[in-house]
Design a protein around this ligand. Structure first.
Ligand SMILES: Nc1ncnc2c1ncn2[C@@H]1O[C@H](COP(=O)(O)OP(=O)(O)OP(=O)(O)O)[C@@H](O)[C@H]1O
Ligand SMILES: [Zn+2]
Length: 623
């Protein structure tokens, strides 16, 4: 549910603007050079075509050189200005009289082929531009050999792969909230990086490659930086996508240089973000781009293998797709240690909010409890983003303090997008209210469902309205009863429309998609079907660990898929029936709620309870 907010702190390196200017200047110089190329020898005088014809008629011409667009006469005796060659551009229309005239005058005519140099002349500027570009690239990667000082013009091209990254502030494990298990595992490396001799003396093998696995925004980069901060060692950072270049071999060269620099600076840390962008299974796909990726990957493997037990360089790599990684990367001696980062649970969310709210003027820190409770599925990055949105909201109100309403608004915004001003017709609005009232009512009357948090018909992001629930406890496993309840809640909007308005509408699009997805997981992954039983029937194409046999007969696969579909349909129909049943039994309440929504637009749990005459716990009467 939480939108993955992708953070890009350092965009891939581009050519510095000066380099572009340099290339452009070189190009212009060449063009200028070319245009004078091949023209005049000494002693050639450019004259008009009329003068040429006159000279022929006057005699004293030894020979003529006919080029496709010009004629040059060789004179028997030098002219007054000392030139023996007269040259003129021939008329584009051609001159039918020229050749007969030359013949009559008995002049020796030589026809010239189009100059061979011209192809080269056209290509040369481009060749040079390409050359300059390649040369700059090499420079940028830190290939400076001369004695140019860093402050000089060469400093511009200094390779970032040579330079460890200096954080503006030292990051430590204390900055990373939650993730206790991951922190513990990574912390084991601190001693090794601080005093490698202690380990080397007794011949202890320390892992060199650690893979940080976890959803986006869970703090993988942060944890790697914290390790560098704790051990107080240089931090070389890069992202897998930066190695994918147009020119084959460049990525591999970068890898080599970065490892070289890290070895020189040892003890040190190398961090490779988005490892999956280079580390995908080799030999898939077509085209040259993959050669480059494979070369880069092979270079990383070679570098990892090249560590003796002694070098105090730790390579951390991050990915959120460990399943697509080339198995070669995971072999012993390479990224053989895996550290998993989880989405934060409620307490961890509260701690992350605390950390990032340190310098924010919050009216009441306790408000963060409510936000932590209402943000299941949010990553650390999402929470940081939420606080920032809340601060922006407060600033927009011209307020000096961030209130609970700012936080709630920010939460809804991060979760579902901004409030949209949308012209909604009255009948549409009525339908929307009935739809949401359906979701909310079924939520109240299914004992296993999460309690209602709020229901609204204010359009936001992609959805027109919304019924939000508040999971009371963090759930790690989902019981079957709870999931069936979820299905009924999801389908309740459409059920209410059909019951009260006599027909369904396209408004249930997302509900149906989500319900189908959930039901499919229940059947195909979690073994919740009596007839099919506990078997993984996911239809995933690239499932390297599952290794679905290619030899599996087609008809068999089709039959299985059909069986899964049948079970999914049955589950959804049952959930629809449950929802309809609850709604028919509490029809008055649905109607009251729909009216309330049309009037007030947003109802929180307490207001709903008040309207329906149920206890304000957000839960209807038991049973
Ligand atoms: N556990 C956490 N404690 C404190 N802040 C966190 C935590 N997790 C994430 N954040 C915040 O979210 C930001 C993004 O996290 P980070 O870049 O480390 O995530 P990541 O897992 O590397 O994400 P990605 O996969 O997108 O690269 C951090 O700068 C930090 O401010
Ligand atoms: Zn709905």
């Amino acid at each position: 549910m939480a939108p993955a907010s992708k953070q890009q702190d350092d965009p891939p390196q581009k050519l510095p603007p000066n380099a572009v200017w340099l290339a452009a200047a070189a190009f212009l110089m060449l063009v200028a050079l070319m245009s004078s190329w091949g023209a005049r020898d000494v002693g050639t005088t450019d004259v008009s075509y009329t003068e040429i014809k006159a000279a022929i008629a006057a005699g004293g011409v030894e020979g003529a050189l006919l080029a496709p667009d010009a004629i040059t006469l060789m004179l028997e005796t030098p002219r007054a200005d000392g030139s023996t060659l007269l040259r003129a551009v021939t008329p584009a229309q051609g001159d039918p009289e020229l050749l007969p005239l030359l013949e009559r005058s008995g002049i020796d005519v030589t026809a010239e082929q189009p100059p061979e140099a011209s192809i080269l002349a056209y290509m040369l500027p481009w060749v040079v531009v390409l050359g300059v570009y390649l040369w700059l690239q090499r420079r940028m990667m830190g290939n400076i050999t001369g004695g140019m000082g860093a402050g000089g013009p060469a400093g511009l091209f200094k390779g970032r792969f040579m330079e460890p990254q200096k954080p503006s502030r030292r990051i430590t494990f204390a900055d990373v909230a939650g993730q206790d298990q991951a922190k513990r595992e990574v912390a084991e490396l601190v001693d090794f990086l601080r005093e490698p001799e202690r380990f080397q003396k007794v011949g202890a093998e320390v892992p060199h490659g650690v893979l940080l696995v976890g959803p986006p925004g869970t703090g993988k980069t942060m944890l790697a930086k914290a390790l560098a901060g704790e051990a107080d060692v240089p931090f070389f950072s890069t992202s897998g996508s930066e190695f994918i270049e147009v020119f084959v071999g460049v990525g591999a060269g970068r890898v080599r240089r970065m490892f070289e620099a890290a070895r020189k600076a040892a003890p040190s840390i190398i961090f490779i973000d988005e490892l999956d962008s280079i580390g995908r299974v080799r030999g898939t796909g077509l085209g040259g781009g993959h050669d480059e990726r494979e070369q880069t990957l092979n270079q990383i493997l070679a570098e990892l293998d090249g560590f003796g037990g002694r070098e105090a360089v730790v390579v951390l790599a991050a990915t959120n797709r460990p399943d697509v990684l080339d198995p070669a990367l995971l072999r012993p001696g390479r990224f053989d240690r895996h550290v998993t980062l989880e989405l934060p649970d409620r307490t961890a969310r509260r701690r992350i909010l605390d950390i990032h709210a340190r310098n924010l003027p919050l009216r009441a820190m306790d408000d963060l409890d409510l936000i932590a409770a209402g943000t299941p599925g949010f990553s650390g990055a999402d929470l940081k983003n939420l606080l920032n949105e809340a601060a922006i909201g407060a600033a927009r109100r011209n307020a000096a303090e961030i209130l609970r309403t700012d936080l709630e608004e920010a939460r809804d915004k991060v979760m579902m997008g901004t409030v949209r001003t949308l012209a909604i017709q009255p009948d549409e609005r009525h339908r929307l209210a009935v739809h949401e009232a359906g979701h909310a009512t079924v939520t109240l009357f299914i004992p296993e469902a999460d309690p209602l948090y709020k229901v609204t018909i204010i359009p936001r992001g992609r959805s027109l309205g919304g019924t939000h629930m508040l999971p009371q406890t963090e759930r790690h496993t989902l019981p079957e009863g709870y999931l069936c309840g979820q299905l009924a809640v999801l389908l309740a909007g459409r059920a209410a429309e059909r019951l009260l308005l006599g027909s369904a509408s396209s408004g249930a699009d997302d509900d149906i998609r989500r319900a189908t997805e959930l039901a499919r997981s229940m059947i195909a992954r979690w073994g919740m079907s009596e007839t099919l039983g506990p078997i993984d029937l996911r239809e995933e194409e690239n499932h390297p660990f599952l290794g679905r046999s290619i030899a599996e007969p087609r008809s068999h696969a089709d039959q299985t898929a059909a069986a899964v579909d049948r079970e999914v349909i049955a589950l959804l129909q049952q959930a629809d029936a449950t929802a309809t049943e609850i709604l028919s039994a509490h029809r008055q309440q649905v109607e009251a709620l729909a009216q309330g929504l049309e009037r007030e637009e947003t109802l929180d749990a307490d207001r709903v309870a008040q309207m329906l005459g149920v206890p304000p716990s957000g839960r209807a009467l038991p049973g």
